[in-house]
Design a protein. Sequence first.
Length: 251
Amino acid sequence: MRRNIIAGNWKMYKTTQEAVQLAESLKKSISLVQDVEVVVCPPSTSLLSVYEVIKDSPIKLGAQNIYPEKEGAYTGEISPAMIKDVGCEFVIIGHSERRKYFHETDELINKKIKLALSIGLTPIVCVGETLEEREKGVAEDTVINQITNGLVGISQEDMLKIIIAYEPVWAIGTGKTATPDVADGMHLVIRTQLSKIYSSVVSDSISILYGGSVKPDNIDILMSQENIDGALVGGAALNSESFSRIVQFKK
Ligand code: PGA
């Protein structure tokens, strides 16, 4: 069964006090939402404080990144067990900002996914093409390669625990949303690739989120598409009113 999931990626915004305020406000407005799983991903400094606010609510906690080792001398890094310890059930892996600014490769992303799964975290694995790749006509190939290489060696059983987020890089933070058709088309490409690598069991049951300038005024049409099961929201997740409206999408 494909689940509807709306996840908010707070990126490097919000001090702990601001994060707690946002979480408190979301907790009030999201308490009655049905048929959708809601996840917030604050910066690591506020994970525990936000967890304390949302732990008795339907809102779940995710981190924005992990380091792909269990523990060790990796100054400045945070392990999967550490984010689980502060209440996270989810972790965003392979976000395009990490691919771009921190040179994350599909190989590294694959390692992170496997380690996250091994300790019971749900990875939200991001894929998506740049504007240059789209203009060159290689958008689909790029995404297919990210899916194929990022998921190497992951069993069907584990694959069923993963969430995919398609985020065209040219649509992130730019105000340019992929048209619902373009987004739906790429979600179908991803589903087809998953059915080739795995089976129709996987392609029919995996949730694929769309991300890139999702706002209250475009969520309904996006969610009405056959292959879109939710959204990974950046800018509009930083405000309680807009994120709550996105969570209460109408198909
Ligand atoms: P945006 O970011 O909604 O601000 O475009 C989405 C994301 O990067 O996950």
